[in-house]
Design a protein around this ligand. Sequence first.
Ligand code: PLP
Length: 399
Amino acid sequence: MTNGFATRAIHHGYSPLDYHGALNPPVFLTSTYAFERTATGGERFSGETPGYIYGRIGNPTVSVLEQRLAALEGGEAALATASGMGALTALIWSMLSQGDQILADKTLYGCTFALLQHQLPRFGISVRFVDMTDPTALAAAMTPATRMVLTETPSNPNMRVVDIAALADICSRSAATFVVDNTYCSPYLQRPLALGADVVIHSATKYLGGHGDLLAGMVVGSKAVVDRVRTVGLKEMNGACISALDAFLVLRGLKTLTLRMDRHCETAMCLAHDLEAAPQVARVFYPGLDSHPQHALAGRQMKAYGGMIALELKGGLAAGVAFMDALEVVTRAVSLGDAETLVQHPASMTHATYSPAERAHHGFTDGLVRLSVGLEDYVDLRDDLMNGLAMVSRYEQGA
Ligand code: PLP
């Protein structure tokens, strides 16, 4: 019998009775592991016998997190890393070589874009950006050199939703590994592997950790891929291993993932409607709204519509800045998925890696404001946001 999602998020991969009855997994603060005999070390290095070798490659606390996230995403195996960027680079360094091509969606987290646009070409890996909301555009862009297809859905920062099953179908007819960054949803809202993706990556810094107190990343997929990412990408190339303490904190966050996500989604849906009805707002980007271009697809692909909202004010950038400055409950900060509602300005913050021309080309404006809806009382958030908008009107009238 397979346990339900919440039960797996709390129990999978750990039995207290194996550790003196300790309810929580012990935090193994060790960089290395003693070998009983000289030969034991050699056998572990060669893979002949299982066992821990060195902290960069594995740790018992980290193993619990890896097993748990694999179970939640429905993957064979998982690897935890020091950050979301650590997960992405470990994957890329393991899977791609000079001459290979990545096809990536048009909008992505700013540092993912910077890695693809500005850094990978230095190593002979070419990147082309395609509007993956149209699967035929991906099919048309595929070449024999395409080895990886990368997308986020909903995408950071402007909440575009792509059809994972349709893109997976196209990738399955090629040599490309289809990678979905599932940070915005967490496996509670969306399971890309079940829809045909090959690999899921996460910034576990966000909803998985959930409390803004750690950085972490995850790679989930087949055992063969995860083993390779561990021994090549993590061990030999980027070295971005997670600490046992951070792995423990992600495990603690996972225990409440379902409750937190339900609350994030419920409050975000109400706030998206409030914002859409406000006269100062030109457009709200939230997949739960009828006005969202991929609303129906999001309804099929996601359990609920998530906690992230983007909005554009009628007064553009200046109005957006005045709005953000007026907020009192909402915190001005980057990152997302925390208990605190956070607001940030992608063009000058998370996505400042796009030049103004690149922002225009990739389809988001300087006026876009991004909200990560937290766990505070809905009415307090609504009042704060409406007050912020009222201040914008006053500011525009020169009061
Ligand atoms: N992927 C997405 C969608 C993100 O929003 C972020 C960070 O904001 C990352 C990856 C990178 O994760 P990290 O900051 O943990 O390196």
